[in-house]
Design a protein around this ligand. Structure first.
Ligand SMILES: Cc1cc2nc3c(=O)[nH]c(=O)nc-3n(C[C@H](O)[C@H](O)[C@H](O)COP(=O)(O)OP(=O)(O)OC[C@H]3O[C@@H](n4cnc5c(N)ncnc54)[C@H](O)[C@@H]3O)c2cc1C
Length: 434
C-alpha cells in the first residue's frame, strides 16, 4: 500500500484467498486508520486449495476445515469489510472506482488504493469433448465440492487424470484412497518431469504398488461420450488419433499440436538462428550426389543436436519421443530414433514434388512437419501439398502449432512458394535397416 495513502482513505482488495487476505491483513496492521474492503466472487475467503486433494480423499471431511479464517473473523477481528459472492466486473483507474456485481445488483466503490489478487484459473484444455459432463478441473473449493458430490453418487468407478505433475499425483492418491481405479496419463516420457528419473521412477513404483496405472508418453487428443452421449466415456490419448490416421489414410494433420507459448518460444529460436546465419542452404540427394539446386529446393536448414538443445527444443524432442514410443506401440512402425531439422523458406522459395524416402534413405519411416508461423493466412501461400493415392491432393496451410505426420514412403509432396518467411521443423522417425 503506498505510504502516500491519505488518512482515513479506502483500500479495496479484489480476491479473498492467500494473496488477497494477506494483503488486507498486512494493510490493517500498518494502517489502523484506513477502511479496507475485500471483494471475493466465491463463497469463502482464505481457504487452502492445497488441501483439496485431502478433502476429496475424505481425510478432511468438513469443508469448513479448509477455511483458515472465515469472513466473519476478518470483519470482527481485523475490521475488514469482506463482501462475498461479489464479482469485480469493472475498473476505472482514472476515476479510481471498482464496480462489482452481487446477487442484489451492481455497486461502484471509490478507492484510494487497489490490490488485485485474483489468482489463477484452471485451464480447460481446448480439446474435443472437454465440455462433456464428468470432465473436471480442480482449482476452487466449489470445484472440490462438485467433484466430491459426484464421487458420493457412487457411480464413479474409474478416473483418468491428465497430467502426472504434483496435483495430478496428489489426486491419484486421493482417488485411490476412495477405492476408485486410477490411470494417470502423462505426455512426457516420465511423471514428475521436473525431477530426474531417479526420483520419478521411485514415485512411479509407489503408484503402481498402490494399483494406480501410469501411461507415460501419451498425449491426450480428446474425450468421447459414453453411450448416453453427454457424459465422458472414453479418453482418446497417446497419439492414438495420429496412429489411427496413419493406419487409415496414412497421414494426419493435427492443429494445435503445440500450445501457443511453446510454439512462440520455438519460433523465436528458429528466427534467431536464421538471423545469425546459422541455417544453411539445403541440398538434395545423398552422399556424393548431394548438390545445391535452389530451383528444386529453396529452404535453409539446421539439424537439431539433442546434446546442445535449448529448453524449448528439448521440450519438443520429448514430445516427439513420446509420439515415437506411441506409434511403435500402436502401429509397430519399428522406429528406433528420430532426426529433426529447422527449415526456413525465404519468400518465393519452394520445394518441388518429391518423396521423403528416396533411394538410400530407407530408414525414414514416418515424416513429421511442425509449423511455427504466427498469424499465417491462406493468402500467404507456402502450403504443404500432399499428393494422395486417388490422384487428388491436400493442401495444409502452415499455421503455427500444426503438426503433419505421414508415411514417408507413401506420399509425394511439395512446398508451394510462400510470400512471407515460412518456418517449420521437419523430421523423420527412423528405423534400422540392413
Ligand atoms: C489442488 C491444489 C493443490 C495445491 N497444492 C499446493 C501446495 O501443496 N503448495 C503450494 O504452495 N501451493 C499449492 N497450490 C497452489 C495454491 O493454492 C495457490 O498458489 C494459491 O491459492 C494462490 O493464492 P492467490 O490468493 O494468489 O489466488 P487464489 O487462491 O486463486 O485466489 C484468488 C481469488 O480471487 C477471486 N476472484 C477472481 N476473480 C475475481 C473477481 N473478478 N472479483 C472478485 N473475486 C475474484 C477468486 O474467486 C479466488 O477466490 C495448490 C492449488 C490447488 C488447486
Amino acid at each position: 500500500m503506498p505510504a502516500v495513502m491519505r488518512h482515513g482513505g479506502r483500500l479495496v482488495v479484489v480476491g479473498g484467498v492467500a494473496a488477497g487476505m494477506s494483503a488486507a491483513s498486512r494493510a490493517r496492521k500498518l494502517r489502523p486508520d484506513v477502511e479496507i474492503v475485500a471483494v471475493e466472487k466465491g463463497r469463502d475467503v482464505s481457504y487452502g486449495a492445497c488441501s483439496l486433494p485431502y478433502f476429496i480423499a475424505d481425510v478432511i471431511r468438513d469443508r469448513g476445515d479448509l477455511v483458515a479464517y472465515d469472513a466473519e473473523f476478518f470483519r470482527r477481528e481485523r475490521r475488514i469489510d469482506v463482501r462475498l459472492e461479489a464479482e469485480a466486473v469493472g475498473l476505472d483507474a482514472r476515476k479510481r472506482t471498482l464496480t462489482f456485481r452481487t446477487g442484489g445488483g451492481t455497486e461502484t466503490l471509490p478507492f484510494d488504493s487497489l490490490v488485485i489478487a485474483t489468482g489463477a484459473r484452471a485451464v480447460k484444455v481446448p480439446l474435443p469433448g472437454a465440455d462433456l459432463d464428468g470432465v473436471f478441473t480442480l482449482r476452487t473449493l466449489e470445484d472440490g465440492e462438485a467433484l466430491k458430490r459426484t464421487i458420493a453418487s457412487g457411480n464413479v468407478k474409474r478416473v483418468a487424470i491428465v497430467g502426472g505433475g504434483y496435483i495430478g499425483l496428489e489426486m491419484a492418491e486421493a482417488f485411490a484412497a476412495r477405492g476408485i481405479a486410477v490411470t494417470v496419463i502423462e505426455l512426457m516420457p516420465a511423471i514428475l518431469s521436473t525431477y530426474d528419473t531417479d526420483v520419478s521412477d521411485v514415485v512411479e513404483k509407489e503408484l503402481l504398488r498402490n494399483g494406480v496405472a501410469v501411461r507415460k508418453g501419451s498425449r491426450v487428443d480428446g474425450f468421447e461420450p459414453d453411450s448416453g452421449g453427454h457424459r465422458v466415456g472414453y479418453i482418446v490419448a497417446g497419439g492414438q488419433r495420429i496412429a489411427t490416421d496413419l493406419a487409415g489414410p496414412g497421414y494426419s494433420v493435427c492443429p494445435q499440436f503445440l500450445p501457443r507459448s511453446e510454439c512462440a518460444r520455438l519460433a523465436r529460436r528458429g528466427r534467431s538462428l536464421w538471423k545469425r546465419g546459422a541455417l544453411r542452404a539445403a541440398a538434395i540427394g545423398r552422399g556424393s550426389s548431394r548438390v545445391l539446386r535452389p530451383e528444386i529446393r529453396g529452404d535453409f536448414i539446421r539439424w537439431i543436436d539433442p546434446g546442445i538443445a535449448t529448453r524449448a527444443e528439448a521440450q519438443l524432442l520429448a514430445r516427439i519421443e513420446a509420439l515415437r514410443v506411441t506409434l511403435n506401440r500402436l502401429l509397430f512402425v519399428g522406429a528406433f530414433d528420430f532426426e529433426l531439422h529447422w527449415a526456413l523458406y525465404p519468400p518465393g522459395a519452394h520445394y518441388a514434388r518429391h518423396l521423403d524416402r528416396f533411394r538410400g534413405a530407407r530408414e525414414r519411416v514416418v515424416s513429421l512437419v511442425l509449423y511455427l508461423n504466427e498469424g499465417w493466412r491462406v493468402r500467404d501461400g507456402g502450403a504443404l501439398r500432399l499428393y494422395l493415392s486417388d490422384g487428388a491432393h491436400r493442401d495444409v496451410v502452415p499455421i503455427g502449432g500444426t503438426l503433419v505426420v505421414f508415411l514417408a514412403d507413401r506420399f509425394e509432396h511439395e512446398v508451394l512458394p510462400a510470400h512471407r518467411e515460412r518456418l517449420s521443423l521437419t523430421g523423420w522417425l527412423r528405423r534400422r535397416t540392413g
